[in-house]
Design a protein around this ligand. Structure first.
Ligand code: IMP
Ligand code: MG
Length: 180
């Protein structure tokens, strides 16, 4: 059974994706990555803050050798993507000749990745792919290719499993959608 509705500041959210749906999807994504990368020692680039929980579960299910690094990008204010992407913590590793997998919680407008991907590409990785737990195809403004997609969802604001509303809700184990 899903938990009942929750209140974060001025907004109410209702259950949307439960633990089992998330778990099964993370396992599916990890097995796709296992197939493609098991012998490639990929470098996972976890985009903080939203992806911390997803990335943690994803790499726990990856079987080969791998490395994990973190960048912290920020674009959201309240329930809106601002289009102003700020790098609060950048890349320190060399990406040259590495098989890089960008790990995102959600691709919404695509603004974050359309700024970040060219920066990564300029560092000359051997390959570069994107794995996102969620995508909102209706919100997507830029032509971003998400190579590994967990769930395609409507253009509604969600929280939980790493995603926040004004800093709150990241610790929830399930994903909730804003109550209409
Ligand atoms: P984009 O730049 O619009 O693609 O959005 C990038 C970031 O905004 C995502 O990585 C999330 O961290 C955040 N974001 C987008 N949609 C949502 C949402 O529905 N809830 C919470 N955070 C979101
Ligand atoms: Mg994010």
């Amino acid at each position: 059974m899903s938990s009942p509705q929750i209140q974060l500041k001025d907004k109410t959210f209702i259950p949307y994706l439960n633990k089992q749906q998330i778990h099964e999807t993370v396992k599916r994504l990890a097995s796709q990555l296992n197939e493609e990368y098991h012998d490639k020692k990929p470098l996972f680039v976890c985009i903080l803050s939203g992806s911390f929980m997803f990335c943690s579960d994803l790499v726990k299910n990856f079987c080969g050798d791998c490395e994990i690094t973190f960048v912290r990008l920020s674009s959201y204010s309240g329930t809106q993507s601002t289009g102003n992407i700020t790098t609060l913590m950048g890349l320190v590793e060399s990406l040259t000749d590495r098989h890089v997998i960008i790990v995102e919680d959600i691709v919404d407008t695509g603004n974050t990745l359309s700024k970040f991907l060219p920066e990564v590409q300029a560092l000359q990785p051997a390959s570069l792919k994107v794995c996102s737990l969620l995508v909102k195809p209706e919100a997507l403004q830029d032509r971003i290719k998400v190579d590994f997609v967990g769930f395609s969802i409507p253009n509604d604001f969600i929280v939980g499993y790493g995603l926040d509303y004004d800093g709150l809700g990241r610790n929830l184990q399930e994903i909730y959608v804003i109550k209409p």
